[in-house]
Ligand binder design. Structure first.
Ligand SMILES: CC(C)(COP(=O)(O)OP(=O)(O)OC[C@H]1O[C@@H](n2cnc3c(N)ncnc32)[C@H](O)[C@@H]1OP(=O)(O)O)[C@@H](O)C(=O)NCCC(=O)NCCS
Length: 126
């Protein structure tokens, strides 16, 4: 398996939004992600959690943003009872190559963390 983790200062995401507004949001987050986060009481906690996941997924895949991918190719959606799952699009989907990917998010007052695990051998999860 491969793992990636990232921690994000919530204030940093808030500052980027205050400085660049919609332009920042639309560049980093999908419409679904924006709608979900703005429906939450702590909008920037949820945005920061998604930002952390996007970085964590790139780490788990062993690539960086220099590789020419868009943050929007990594989308977090919340399913049963709020559980977050990640959907990869475009070239990242090809890189994942049908392997199983799992994520988890947590936030405290000032920080959000995201972790991503990619399973390489589904019959023998190691
Ligand atoms: C899951 C839960 C315990 C987390 O609460 P918390 O400790 O106050 O909050 P944290 O900051 O650590 O985590 C929040 C994140 O947990 C994730 N989460 C929410 N519900 C989840 C669930 N059922 N399973 C896994 N993750 C969940 C979300 O990603 C959420 O962030 P987001 O809304 O920005 O996407 C709480 O949301 C809850 O009780 N949910 C519903 C009941 C439930 O299904 N509980 C069992 C899950 S193990």
């Amino acid at each position: 398996m491969n793992v990636g983790i990232d921690i994000v200062e919530i204030e940093r995401i808030k500052n980027l939004y205050e400085k660049f507004g919609e332009r920042f949001l639309k560049r980093v987050f999908t419409d679904n992600e924006i709608n979900y986060c703005f429906s939450r009481k702590n909008v920037f906690h949820s945005l920061a959690g998604r930002f952390a996941i996007k970085e964590a997924v790139l780490k788990a895949l062993g690539i960086g943003m220099t590789s020419g991918f868009s943050f929007k190719d990594i989308e977090v959606i919340n399913v049963n009872k709020g559980k977050p799952v990640v959907i990869l699009n475009g070239k990242l989907k090809e890189l994942l190559n049908n392997r199983e990917i799992e994520i988890s998010i947590s936030h405290s007052e000032h920080y959000a963390v995201g972790i991503c695990i990619i399973w390489y051998n589904l019959n023998n999860k190691k």
